[in-house]
Design a protein around this ligand. Sequence first.
Ligand code: TXA
Ligand code: MG
Length: 323
Amino acid sequence: MSQPASAMILSADPAAIARAGRVLAEGGLVAFPTETVYGLGGDATSDAAVAAIFKAKGRPSFNPLIAHVSGLDQAAALVEFNGDAHRLAERFWPGPLTLVLKRRPDSPVSLLASAGLDSVAVRMPDHPVALALIRAAGRPLAAPSANRSGRVSPTRAEHVAQCLEGRIAMVLDGGPCRVGVESTVLDLSEQPPTLLRPGGVTAEELEAVLGHPIRRALETPDAPRSPGQLESHYAPALPVRLDAAGAEPGEALLGFGPASDCVLNLSPKGDLSEAAAHLFAMLRALDRPDYRGIAVMPIPEKGLGLAINDRLRRAAAPRDKQK
Ligand code: TXA
Ligand code: MG
């Protein structure tokens, strides 16, 4: 049964959120907006719903999912909070920070969602639609980014419909995502705290609250701590070339800062927040067969630039490493 893409997109008004909550409570899948990217949500406590998420995404089941909650109490029923977790949640929740913590013995989160690990990733998103939906569903929602595995993450409802049409019940449309790159993933289940994925909250901000340095465990290709650290990811169909001074023949240039002859510019004024918000939508827009490749100008490796460069390096990584 195929429907036009628009038929599965519902404007996220209270009636649509209530309906989506019922779909989720019955084990169905709903894509919804967060401040980072759109998520593909299902009941985090249901093995069947979580299995359906892995299937719809085409995601390897060894790569665990984040349980999204609408408050600290709900999170504390899933994982063992410690002092660092309390401090960080108090400062950054709701917001783009995912905490990996030890699973509580009585945690209702499906073991499939955490890929059999003894930890569970939890996050409280900073988006009114996401929070209302979690409350309407009455349970934590497992939600990876709402794209097919390995592809560019969606920052608009239309992006979700383009890649998951026919695979999920509906997409709640809450407009474009404000942050534009995924949450920071910090592992607090062991000492020292380890940054598994740079994202919307910067490492510097985390260290300022913790009062001590965190370990940057990004990319140890042979033994990824976060199973999601597969090298090629976020990949458009076209090859991506980084640190480009200009475009070669046939390439589309994606600019940053003052630049001439770029096709699109992540932020003409060189603002990293603006660049993050534009990143995935612009990669999609340039991913067209009339170009031979996408060349991207250098992005400073500081603050949000770490998350942007992480996504760009994966977009540019050799595709045979993609799983
Ligand atoms: O911003 C975001 O985090 C978005 C929105 C929808 O909330 N979600 C998202 O989910 O990016 P996903 O599944 O695409 O990425 C989750 C990351 C993966 O790298 C996964 O390996 C890691 O979190 N992760 C999840 N549970 C983990 C665990 N128990 N231990 C270590 N890493 C974990
Ligand atoms: Mg993802």
